[in-house]
Design a protein around this ligand. Structure first.
Ligand code: ADP
Length: 222
């Protein structure tokens, strides 16, 4: 998998309200890359993640996915990429509180090509990776913050995405819990997967071979 962003820019609003959130961002990412986006709040990290994750397609410049310009994707292709190629982890866990851990992790499978008879196997394998297998039957609302974030990670990983996009996944956690959560994410990575993670202060240890990319006022700063 190769992701190439060419001179991307993003402006919010218009006229007096105009905010230039990103300017001239060029990046090439390929299998095995682990990118940590750092920078102060408001620097443009989330905006960049939304562009890279094809959530926001209203930007200037080009974004090529395996050489194909994202502007040329048909709605079906877009949906397929969003559901199968990308896995998203956000600061807000957005779990279904009344459902069990198992049911929460199952949701993306409903939109995948995984056969119903394989759901259980896939969910259990992913919960094992994030260290939550024994909590499978618990209600989401009964879990701690770190456990909840690991459920959100399992939900992002259950479709075995090629690219994981994480926005401040440890922001509300203390540093030892943050370590566990990051470890759950790193366990999944191998030399084919791409990780793009934004954080305004890296809590916990990085995966070791990550590349730090600093964003300041919408630009990559060295
Ligand atoms: P970060 O993730 O680094 O905190 P953001 O990408 O959220 O930064 O924001 C970058 C800039 O764009 C900030 O000035 C922010 O206020 C602005 N911004 C972000 N989202 C919107 C939006 N939906 N509408 C208007 N301005 C926005």
């Amino acid at each position: 998998m190769r992701l190439e962003l060419k001179q991307a820019g993003k402006v919010y609003g218009r006229g007096m309200e105009r905010i230039e959130a990103l300017q001239d961002i060029s990046l090439v990412l390929s299998g095995g890359d682990r990118i940590i986006l750092t920078g102060e709040s408001g620097a443009g990290k989330s905006t960049l993640l939304r562009i890279l994750g094809l959530i926001d397609r209203d930007f200037s410049g080009d974004y090529l996915i395996d050489g194909k310009n994202s502007r040329d994707f048909k709605p079906k292709e877009l949906q397929k990429i969003r559901n199968h190629i990308f896995g998203f982890v956000f600061q807000e866990y957005a779990l279904i509180e009344d459902d069990t851990v198992f049911e929460n992790v199952k949701i993306p499978l409903l939109y995948s090509n995984v056969k119903r008879k394989d759901y259980k196997k896939e969910i259990e394998r992913t919960l094992e990776e994030v260290g939550l297998l024994e909590l499978m039957g618990k209600q989401a609302r009964s879990l701690s913050g770190g456990q909840r974030q690991r459920v959100a990670i399992a939900r992002a990983l259950v479709n075995r995405p090629e690219v994981i996009i994480a926005d401040e996944p440890t922001a509300s956690l203390d540093s030892s819990t943050a370590d566990q959560v990051l470890q759950a994410l790193y366990n999944y990575l191998d030399n084919t997967k791409i990780l793009i993670m934004a954080t305004h202060g890296l809590k916990g240890k990085g995966p070791g071979n990550e590349k730090i990319l600093r964003i300041a006022e919408g630009s990559i700063s060295l």
